[in-house]
Design a protein around this ligand. Structure first.
Ligand code: SF4
Length: 335
C-alpha cells in the first residue's frame, strides 16, 4: 500500500458529517451558523451543540473535523471571527481553515497548538506567498485555488514549505478564489464578506410566457423552460445576451472531477483532496465520499495500475452540476 491523500469531505449539517465519516472521509470540514464561513445560508451549518457532537462522532472513529472560518472579518466586527475561533478551539476541532490575516494572527496567538490551514479564499498560488503564511502565522497546510494546472501544482509542491490540499470534486466558480465581486456588485453580499453568493433574500423567481425567470436584486440572470433543471442562481452561471446570442457568457454549470488524474495527485504528492459542497444533502455527501474512498483505496493498492472504473464515473456524472464534468484548470497542458 502506498500513501494517498487524505479525503476531506463537506458537511453543512450533523447528518452530513456522520454520512461523510460513515462512507470513508478522513476529515470533515464544517462551519458554524454565522457569517464567518463561506456557506452562510439559512438553515445550513452547525450549532455549537452540533459541533461538539460532530467532533465526538469523528474522534470516536479516529477521524477529524476542520472548522472553516474563511470569510474576511468586516471592519469593526472582528470580534465575531475571534469568538468563533475560540469556540472551535474549545470544541476540540483538529484544525481551523482561515483566510483573513487578522483572524490568522488571533488564532496563532491565542491557540498556537491548533493547526491552521490557509483557506482557498486566501488565494495563495506561489511558494513565496505560502512562505509568508508559514513564517508569520505557522500555517501548516494550504488549500490551493482552482486556477492552477496540474504541472503548476507539481512545481509548487516541490518548493512549498507546507502541505498542499486541492479540490477534487464539486461545483466550480470562475472566480480567482476570494476575489470574486459579482455577487457583491449585484447585492452587496458575497462569499468573501458575509459568506453567501447570491443571498436567498435577493433571489426572485417569476413565471412568464411559460418560462421561469430568475432575478438577482432585480437583475435578470436566467430564464428556464418548464422542463429545464434550474440550479441555484449565481451571476457567473447565468445566461446573458451577447451580440444577440443568449448563452452562458461566463461559465456553464459543471463539476470538477479529478478521478482521471488521481494517480498524478497522489504521486506529486498532495497531502489532501477536498470535496466541495457544504450546501449539499447528506445523501449527496455519502455518495461522492464513497466513490472517492474506493478510488483512493484502489490507488493505494496499485498506484501504477490505477484506472477509473465505469461505475465510479457513472455515479459522479449523475451527481455533477448540469451532468457535466471537467478537470478545470488542472488540464492546461500548455502551462
Ligand atoms: S458569482 Fe460565481 S464565481 Fe463569483 S463567488 Fe458566486 S459562484 Fe463563485
Amino acid at each position: 500500500m502506498v500513501a494517498v491523500p487524505e479525503l476531506v469531505c463537506p458537511a453543512g449539517t450533523l447528518a452530513a458529517l456522520e454520512a461523510a465519516i460513515d462512507h470513508g472521509a478522513d476529515a470533515v470540514y464544517v462551519g458554524l451558523r454565522n457569517e464567518t464561513n463561506a456557506r452562510n445560508f439559512p438553515g445550513l451549518n452547525l450549532t455549537s451543540a452540533d459541533l461538539a457532537a460532530g467532533v465526538r462522532y469523528a474522534r470516536d472513529r479516529k477521524r477529524k473535523v476542520y472548522l472553516a472560518l474563511n470569510t474576511y472579518a468586516q471592519p469593526g466586527r472582528v470580534a465575531l471571527w475571534r469568538r468563533t475561533a475560540d469556540e472551535a478551539a474549545a470544541a476540540g476541532v483538529s484544525a481551523i481553515i482561515v483566510a483573513d490575516l487578522a483572524v490568522l494572527r488571533h488564532c496563532a496567538g491565542r491557540h498556537p497548538s491548533l493547526p491552521r490551514h490557509l483557506s482557498v479564499q486566501g488565494s495563495a498560488t506561489n511558494a513565496e506567498s505560502l512562505r509568508f503564511y508559514v513564517e508569520n502565522f505557522g500555517v501548516t497546510r494550504a488549500i490551493l485555488p482552482r486556477v492552477l494546472a496540474l504541472n503548476q501544482v507539481r512545481k509548487l509542491a516541490a518548493h512549498a514549505p507546507l502541505d498542499l490540499e486541492v479540490f477534487a470534486f464539486g461545483g466550480l466558480c470562475v472566480m480567482v478564489e476570494g476575489r470574486c465581486a459579482l455577487s457583491s456588485y449585484a447585492t452587496g453580499v458575497s462569499p468573501n464578506t458575509c459568506g453567501a453568493c447570491s443571498p436567498a433574500s435577493s433571489v426572485r423567481w417569476e413565471e412568464e410566457g411559460g418560462r421561469r425567470r430568475v432575478r438577482l436584486n432585480g437583475i435578470l440572470i436566467d430564464a428556464f423552460e418548464k422542463t429545464e433543471k434550474a440550479g441555484y442562481p449565481t451571476i457567473c452561471k447565468g445566461r446573458f445576451k451577447v451580440d444577440n446570442h443568449v448563452a452562458y457568457a461566463l461559465e456553464e454549470p459543471t463539476s470538477l472531477n479529478v478521478l482521471p488524474i488521481l494517480g498524478d495527485l497522489a504521486q506529486i504528492p498532495v497531502r489532501a483532496i477536498k470535496i466541495e459542497g457544504r450546501q449539499r444533502s447528506p445523501s449527496y455527501v455519502a455518495r461522492v465520499t464513497a466513490v472517492m474512498r474506493e478510488a483512493l483505496d484502489a490507488c493505494a493498492r496499485d498506484p501504477k495500475g490505477f484506472a477509473v472504473r465505469p461505475e465510479w464515473a457513472e455515479a459522479l456524472t449523475s451527481l455533477s452540476e448540469g451532468r457535466q464534468q471537467t478537470l478545470g484548470a488542472f488540464h492546461r497542458p500548455w502551462r
